[in-house]
Design a protein around this ligand. Sequence first.
Ligand code: F6R
Length: 605
Amino acid sequence: MCGIIGIASNKPVSINIINSLKKLEYRGYDSAGLATLNQNEINEKKCSGRVEELEKILFKNPSDGNLGIGHVRWATHGIPNQINAHPHSSEIVSVVHNGIIENSDELKKNLELKGSKFKSQTDTEVITLLITDELKKNNPVKSVFNTLKQLKGSFALGIIFKSYQNIIIGARRGSPLAVGYSKDENYLGSDSYALKSMTNKISYLDDGDLCVLSKDKIDFYNNEEKKINKKVYTLSDDENISDKGDYKNFMSKEIFEQPITAKNCINEYIDSLKKDINIYNFPVKPEDMNKIVLIGCGTAFHSCLIAKYWFEELTNIEVEIDIASEFRYRKLKFNSKNLYIFVSQSGETADTAAALDICKKNNMKTCSIVNAVESTIARNSDWVLPIHAGPEIGVASTKAFLGQMIVLFILSLKLAKIRKDIDLPSYDKHIKNLKVLPIAIEKCLKTENKVQSMAKEFLDAKGSMFLGRGLSYPIALEGALKLKELSYLHAEGYPAGEMKHGPLALIEEGLPVIVIAPKDKYFEKTLSNMQEVIARGGKILFISDHKKELIDENIRFSIKVPSLDKLLSPILLTVPIQLLAYHVAILKNCDIDKPRNLAKSVTVE
Ligand code: F6R
C-alpha cells in the first residue's frame, strides 16, 4: 500500500503533487508528505493524518521547486505519526517508499555500527541512509542499484538528490510503479489513476526495473543495469470518471452506479444479435479442462466462492477456491489442464499477484478477472476478462464485486455451453435473465429507505451475525465483511447450517441476525435455522426474494429483492447488505470512503 508520486517539471510542482496525493489516498491515509528541490536544498514537509493537513501546512508555508516527490502512508513499520511519515531524508537524499523491507533490522544494525543515526521507526529510513552512503563513491543510478542489491522484500521507490537537481529515480520490486509523459514534465506514480489528470501516456515498470526521470526524458534500466525501452500505453478516457458528483461519498455513488456497471459489463460480453457470449481463446481447451482454481483476497475471494457454486451447477468441471495468501505458501499439485483464475479489483494485490507468479513459474495457464486492465495482475496473466466497472474509489468494494460476479457467471455459462454441459434452452434462458439483471438491481436500490430503518437496530448492538446457505453463504460472508470494515462493529458470516456447531452460543436477546434466504432449495432449511436463532432471542432482519406474508412474525424487519433466476440471486441480495453496512456506518459517523486502518490497494503481504 502507500502511494508514491514524483514530478519533474519546468514549473513549481507542489500543487500538482498535492492533487495527485489526494487521488492516491485510497492506498493509505495514515500520514502524508512531500519533498521538493529548490536552490540546492531538499525541502521536506510532512504530517500525520490526511493530505488535507499537508495542504494546510503548504498553504501557510509554500514549498517551491520544479521537482519533487510525495507520499501517502499506510503504516507497516512504526506508528502513523509525523516522524514516521515519508519522505525520509538525509542531508543529500530524500526517499518515498511503498512496500516492506524485510531485512531492515539487520541493515539498520550494520548502519548504526558505521555511525548512522535513525530518526524514525520505519524500514524506509535504511534506504535513505544506504543511498546516502553509496553517494560518497557513486553516481545516483549506481548508488540506487547498489542499494537495491542489499534490500530484501517488495517495494516501489521514488528518490531525489540534493546535488542532482533535475532527476527523480524510481525503482520497482514487487510493488507497482508507473511513469507518465507530458510536454516539459514527466511523472512517477503508484498507479496511472494518480497521473490521469496530467497525462494519458503511461509506461509501467516491471520487477527489477529502475527509471530516471527528468522534465524532458525518462530512461529505463532493467535489473542487469542495462538500458531498456518501454511500451507506452494510452489510457482510455472512460476511466477518467472519478468524480463524486452529487453523492456524499464515493461508496454511495458506486453502490448506486451498479445498474450501469451491470449493463456495461453484460453489453461487453453478450452479443445481443447472436444471443451468445463473446468469450473466446480459452488458454486451456474447455473440453479438456481438468479443474478450475479460483483465487482472490477479501471481497474478491467471496466472488470466487460464489463462482464455485455456479461452475459446479452449470458445468461438470471440478472447482477449487483459495485465499491468495494461503495458496501462495501451500504445497500445490499442478496440472497443465487446470485453469487458474485470479480475481482482483485493483489487479495489484500483493498476495494475488504472488499466487499468479507461482502458477506462471509452474507453466500453468492463467486468467485474471480485474477492474484495472493496466494492472500488474492483468499484464502478467495469459488471459484477461475485464469487469468494465470504471474506477472504484471507495475503499470498500461494491460495484467491482458485482462486476466480478457477473463476469464469473457469464464465464461459467460459456464454458458450460462449449462443453455441452448445459442444454441450449437453459443457456438461452440464462442469457435472457442477464439482460434484465440491471433493471432488477435498480429495484434492489429502492430498498434503501427500509434498510436505513433497519440500520438503527445496530446502534446498540454488541455484534451481529449474517447467515445464508448455498449461494447466499458467500453473501453472508460479504455482508459481515462490509459491516466490519465500514462500521467497526463486530460481525460474523456463517453458513446457516453451521450455527449449531458453535456460533449459536453467541446468540442472546436482541443480537441482530441478518438472514439471507432467497426462495431456493435451501429456503426451508434456512428458515429452520432462523427459528433456532429466534428461540434464543436473536433479532431477525430478513432479506429474501420471497413474499413477506409467508414469513414469521418474529422477524423484526424484512427486505424483499426482485425474484429472478435463483442462480442470479446473490447479485441481487448483495445490494441491501451493501446499503446496510453503509447506513450503519453513516449512523455511527464513520469515514465511509476511508475506513480506519485500511487501504484500497493492498500491495504488501
Ligand atoms: C473489502 C475489500 C477488500 C478487497 C481485497 C482484494 O471491501 O475491498 O477485501 O476485496 O483487498 O482487493 P482486490 O480486489 O483489489 O485484489
